[in-house]
Structures are given as structure tokens and as C-alpha cells.
Design a protein. Structure first.
Length: 372
């Protein structure tokens, strides 16, 4: 995502006599078109290289200077007639505008990049797909998911056509778009994309691969979030079967699948079944990763939440407290996320138990953590 455009330098040639000899002399004064373009290309390359160097420094001052250099290189590449290099510089410039929150300029830049790539590569090229995806992401950042959607859809079809129907990269692009739709709550649009990715994974990696298990899990989670429990369960079950067969019954990946089943039963209000699966997951993780591992904290929070949902506050509280104690030992981002989840669940439990004063203390700690 990087551009510049000084205007065309027009030289006014001296008047030439009508005689052939004079005309030849006048022509000799004008630089050959190729030489002029070569000069512009050389200057563009220097400006672009300097822009990349400045861009890499990632300071406000260097980004300001990088933007100016990219803009200079865009104009020079245009003068040199090299549209693909112009597109590359314009893309990087648009990226800077995007990162700085100047969305209007970023959008104009990406739209120019898209036009150049489509003119030179056609509609089904990887660079076209990437640029469509950049525009979709930009619209999401602008809070306009409805405008992002057609670009997302065009992007994924371009990726699949460019990379081939059995490309792992195409499958990953399908999954990313499916996840985006799932986050947006558009589960009906996400499901077929996960299914297309699943079909590629099965052909490329085999029906009993971990890649297939992961995509099955994502597809099941999408159905779970849509409260389509009967559609989620067979996918979770197949993922669990694959992992038990591939890794053995006591592997952490098996624990992840068991935890997914626990979430499914929790959503259905089947608390005893949820506890059964979470306890099995907890036993595996404690044995394989150790009792103080951050993933243990995550499952402890899930178990505590089940007890809390049953109004069994005496059973819930020690699980929440142990989860907090484990998660607060690490500064890793995942552990901090687990800590926030544990504190949030604990505060809600305290509220439900009528212990408002204790809940306020936990909520204050959670607020302090979130401000860091």
C-alpha cells in the first residue's frame, strides 16, 4: 500500500527554420522520447527507494516524508509510462493514508491502484484481489460494512480464479472472508465460504487432516453463533474424531474440541453435559501443559461460568479465582485476554450473588487492566 506526481516537465523548444537542415538541427535539440522516459524512470526509482526506506522507520516524521516521496514517484512512473510501478507506489501511499486515518485519500489511492491493475492484468489477478480486499478493509474501518461487502465478494472470487480451485491460499482467503462475515453476524453468508474452504482442505490435505479439523471447527462455530445447534454438532463431532485419531485421546487439540462441545451444550442450556466436556478438557490440559498454563485458566473460567449459570456460586468462585491467579502471571496478550474474561465472569457472578461491593472491586480492576 505506497505514491507522488510532479507535473509533466514541458520544454519549449526554440523556433526552427523551415529548411530541412534547420529542422534536423531542431530535432537534435529535443531528447528522444525513450531517453526522456528512462530519465523519469530512474528518478522514480530513486524516489521510491527513498520512500520505502522512510516508510520502514515508522515515525510520524518519516511517514510524512515517505508519503511525499511516494507521491513524487507516482508522477514520475506515470511520466515514464510504467503503470505497474505507478500502482505499487500509489498502493504504498494509500497505505500510509489508511494508517493515519485519512480514509478519503486512502480510498482514492486504492481506487486508482485497482484501475491500474485491472487495466494491466485483467479482473482475475492476485494484485486485483489484494486491492479489492484493501478497499473492503478500508470500508470496514470507516464503519461502512455494507459498502465493504461487494469488494469482499469480488476479492474472494478473484483470489480463487487467480490461485486455482485447489490452492491452499485460496482456501485461506475463503476462510478469512467467512470469518469477517461471521464477525459481522452474517452467518448465512459465512457458512458456504467455510464449506468451500473445507472442500479445498479435503482435496489438498486429506479428509482426516488437522487443516480439515480446523475448518470444521470454524464452520461449527458459525452455526453455533447462529444458534443452529443441530448443524454445529456434526462438524464439532467430526473434528473431535479426526483429532483423536490423529493425535490420541490425551492431546491438547483434543481438549480444544472437547471445550467446543462444552460451549455447544452450554449454549443449549445443558449445563451438566457442558461440565462433563470441560472437565475432560481440563484434565488433558493440566496433564499435558501443566496446571499453571494459561489455557488451563481459560477452561477454568468456562467451568466457573457454567456453575454461575446454575447459580452454584460456591462452586463457581474458586474456579474463577484460580483462573485469575494463573492468567495474571503472564504478560502475554493471550493470557491478558484470558484474565479479562475471568475477571468479567467473576464480576458478573458476584453481581448475581448479590455481592455488589465485591463486584465493584473486581470491575475496577478490570477497568484498570483494559486501560493499559
Amino acid at each position: 500500500m505506497k505514491s507522488s506526481r510532479p507535473g509533466f516537465l514541458k520544454k519549449i523548444l526554440p523556433a526552427c527554420a523551415a529548411a530541412l537542415l534547420a529542422a534536423a538541427a531542431c530535432a537534435a535539440q529535443a531528447p528522444a522520447p525513450d531517453a526522456s522516459k528512462q530519465k523519469a524512470a530512474a528518478a522514480a526509482a530513486r524516489a521510491f527507494d527513498e520512500a520505502v526506506r522512510l516508510h520502514g522507520e515508522q515515525t510520524p516524521q518519516s511517514l510524512e516524508r515517505a508519503a511525499a516521496k511516494y507521491e513524487e514517484s507516482v508522477g514520475l512512473w506515470r511520466e515514464a509510462g510504467d503503470e505497474l510501478k505507478e500502482a505499487r507506489a500509489a498502493n504504498n501511499l494509500a497505505a500510509i493514508h489508511y494508517a493515519r486515518g485519512d480514509y478519503a485519500r486512502a480510498l482514492r489511492g486504492f481506487e486508482r491502484v485497482l484501475a491500474l491493475f485491472e487495466q494491466n492484468h485483467g479482473p482475475d489477478h492476485v494484485e486485483v484481489a489484494k486491492t479489492l480486499n484493501n478497499i473492503a478493509n478500508l470500508y470496514h474501518s470507516m464503519g461502512e460494512p455494507g459498502k465493504a461487502e461487494p469488494f469482499q465478494d469480488r476479492s474472494i472470487e478473484a483470489f480463487v480464479k487467480a490461485l486455482g480451485p485447489d490452492s491452499p491460499e485460496a482456501a485461506e482467503s475463503l476462510r478469512r472472508l467467512a470469518h469477517q462475515y461471521a464477525v459481522d453476524g452474517k452467518h448465512a453468508k459465512a457458512a458456504p465460504l467455510f464449506q468451500r474452504a473445507l472442500a479445498i482442505d479435503e482435496r489438498v490435505y486429506g479428509a482426516d487432516s488437522e487443516e480439515v479439523a480446523e475448518t470444521l471447527t470454524s464452520l461449527a462455530k458459525n452455526h453455533l453463533d447462529a444458534r443452529e445447534f443441530d448443524r454445529a454438532e456434526p462438524h464439532y463431532r467430526r473434528a473431535l474424531s479426526i483429532r483423536e485419531k490423529k493425535f490420541g485421546a490425551a492431546h491438547p487439540y483434543v481438549a480444544f474440541s472437547l471445550n467446543n462441545f462444552a460451549a455447544l451444550h452450554f449454549a443449549k442450556g445443558e449445563y451438566d453435559k457442558s461440565l462433563e466436556y470441560d472437565r475432560r478438557a481440563l484434565a488433558i490440559l493440566e496433564k499435558e501443559l501443566g496446571p499453571e498454563h494459561e489455557l488451563v485458566a481459560s477452561v477454568l473460567t468456562d467451568i466457573a461460568s457454567v456453575y454461575s449459570g446454575q447459580k452454584k456460586f460456591a462452586e463457581a468462585e474458586p474456579h474463577f479465582l484460580r483462573a485469575v491467579r494463573i492468567a495474571e502471571k503472564s504478560d502475554e496478550e493471550q493470557a491478558r485476554a484470558f484474565l479479562r474474561n475471568a475477571l468479567g465472569g467473576y464480576a458478573r457472578m458476584l453481581r448475581d450473588a448479590g455481592r455488589d461491593a465485591d463486584a465493584k472491586k473486581v470491575e475496577a480492576r478490570l477497568t484498570s487492566l483494559e486501560r493499559r
